[in-house]
Design a protein around this ligand. Structure first.
Ligand code: GDP
Ligand code: MG
Length: 160
């Protein structure tokens, strides 16, 4: 039963990462993508996209009762975003660590928000909070055919 246990611990996950409109406007797209790229995760989807209001509302539906919800929807639809799908073992939690706390002033230096942002309402990047939401959000933001399955040349140099 041991190999089975190890296999289940090393489940490949997918996460939805998005550079929010402030990150695009501030010229941080390359910097943010490169943090995930350098870490060793696999990019499977990428596009520049103007988000319609209905999609922003669906994406953030769990927050619809919050007082900041209208501001959040206005923020996310205020300009183009970069939509990304990333894949890897442990990618969901690891991406959240690379991104840092929701409030950039509390985010650790070295994290994206800790290094590049100052306010919760302008925190430059989104990352899914669970493997289930990773799947849900990728299905929401990408059409069929926009996700690419491929094997990076570096794969054997990242995992034994
Ligand atoms: P995340 O998972 O770290 O992005 O945080 P949440 O899921 O709690 O919130 C989603 C997004 O809503 C955050 O990234 C912020 O852009 C925004 N947000 C959350 N809390 C606040 C708040 O108190 N004020 C404002 N203006 N925006 C907030
Ligand atoms: Mg969240």
């Amino acid at each position: 039963f041991l190999p089975h246990l190890v296999a289940s611990l090393e489940q490949v996950e997918e996460t939805y990462i998005m550079v929010k409109p402030d990150g695009v406007q501030r010229g941080l797209v390359g910097e943010i993508i490169s943090r995930f790229e350098k870490k060793g995760f696999k990019l499977t989807g990428l596009k520049l996209f103007q988000c319609p209001k209905e999609l922003a509302e669906e994406h953030y539906k769990d927050l619809s009762s919050k007082s900041f919800f209208p501001n959040l929807i206005e923020y996310i639809t205020s300009g183009p975003v970069i939509c990304m799908a990333w894949e890897g073992v442990g990618v969901v939690a690891s991406a959240r660590k690379l991104i840092g706390s929701t409030n950039p002033l509390q985010a650790e230096p070295g994290t994206i928000r800790g290094d590049l942002a100052v306010q919760t309402g302008r925190n430059v990047v989104h990352g899914s909070d669970s493997p289930e939401n990773g799947k849900r959000e990728i299905a929401l933001w990408f059409k069929e055919g926009e996700i690419c399955q491929w094997t990076p040349a570096q794969a054997p140099w990242l995992r034994e």
